[in-house]
Design a protein around this ligand. Structure first.
Ligand code: A2P
Length: 347
């Protein structure tokens, strides 16, 4: 990556925004100029990047002038409002919301799985749902060796999936309950501290919630397998920022657990964590702040002929959101897929 580019973070003051800022610095992303954009609530606030204070600006059409890459993480309605404006101004938008993920014109990318999809972008690239990214990174390497027929997944999702305010709310609820007071609920419909509940996204008429159907539809799109059988149960748990998933896989033919472990040991973005003697396997506290998806408890499913069970933990804000977005941005730079490159080639 030689050429440096102008970057804007839309939603810079949020939980994912903070991580985007940190990752751009940590990975030495070739930033020429960085703009931090948010709502009027945060105007004038400053955030630190490479030892300098940058003032947060209110998002506007002018703010996108000269920007090459927009990393958007300010919710679906904000993305719908601003993405086309940013693209018209010459930027490529990497969008963390669900606004464009299932749009056939928009590539949905996990760089370890389908990086080739980036070359078909028309200005917007979607970053998948966090639980989908984490599961995909762990099971796609197995699918390439032995096709998966069916996936049954249960998630244990941390508060960070609902943003910075939700994380603060769980801490406040914990303190309130320990002090003998009634917990306040704003981000979530029910107290999450000392509790858990099925994911609170809207339910469809089959009884699945939106989060569960994101796992179904987005995984099919990323894998390029429109008929892959998937059933998901998504649950919110009182963990701050790493998600966990119990995944049951049915393959077309036998897949020995030892062979699966060998595949995962060298899979990009995966670290196998297994100590059977100590009963030590991936935990959210070990995944927090880390890049790889931690995978363990890889074992035969004794209830079927060609099945495996596995367990994973991954940082929802890192690989589940910000890291995946920055990796897509790196891909765009490495492969000259920015709008400015298209103009340069056309001239
Ligand atoms: P703000 O801090 O000004 O509210 P999280 O998901 O952690 O709650 O973060 C959401 C991010 O999206 C924040 O940076 C927030 O900015 C930003 N945001 C929310 N609504 C808008 C909006 N209408 N326009 C611009 N940014 C927004």
């Amino acid at each position: 990556m030689s050429k440096s580019v102008n970057v804007a973070i839309l939603g810079a003051t949020g939980a994912v925004g903070a991580e985007l800022l940190q990752l751009l610095e940590e990975r030495d992303f070739p930033v020429k100029n960085l703009k931090l954009l948010a709502s009027p609530r945060s105007a004038g606030k400053t955030l630190r990047f490479k030892g300098e204070d940058i003032t947060v600006e209110v998002v506007s059409a002018e703010a996108f002038q000269g920007v090459d890459i927009v990393l958007a993480s300010a919710g679906g309605s904000t993305s719908k409002e601003w993405a086309a404006i940013a693209v018209a101004a010459g930027a490529v938008v990497i969008d963390n919301s669900s606004a464009f993920r299932m749009d056939p014109e928009v590539p949905l990318i996990v760089p370890e799985i389908n990086p080739e999809a980036a070359k078909d972008h028309k200005g917007i690239i979607a970053n998948p749902n966090c639980t989908t990214i984490l599961m995909g990174v762990a099971i796609y390497p197995l699918h390439k060796v032995q096709p998966i027929k069916r996936i049954v997944v249960s998630t244990y999702q941390s508060a960070s999936g609902a943003g910075a305010r939700a994380m603060a709310e769980v801490k406040q609820q914990t303190e309130a309950i320990l002090a003998g007071d009634a917990p306040k609920t704003e981000s979530f419909p029910y107290p999450l501290a000392f509790n858990l509940f099925p994911h609170n996204s809207p339910l469809d008429d089959q009884g699945y919630c939106q989060e569960e159907m994101k796992m179904v539809n987005e995984t099919r799109k990323i894998f390029g397998e429109p008929d892959l059988k998937i059933s998901a149960t998504c649950v919110r748990v009182p963990v701050l920022r790493a998600h966990s998933e119990a995944i049951n896989l049915e393959f077309e033919a036998n897949f020995e657990p030892a062979a699966a472990k060998e595949v995962l040991a060298t899979a990009p973005g995966v670290t196998v964590v297994e100590d059977w003697e100590k009963n030590y396997f991936p935990m959210p506290i070990d995944a927090t702040g880390k890049d790889p998806v931690l995978v363990g408890r890889i074992r035969r499913d004794i209830s079927q002929d060609h099945g495996l069970e596995l367990w994973l933990c991954g940082d929802q804000i890192r690989k589940g959101a910000a890291l995946n977005a920055v990796q897509i941005a790196e891909l765009l730079c490495e492969q000259d897929l920015l709008q400015s490159n298209a103009v340069a080639t056309a001239v």
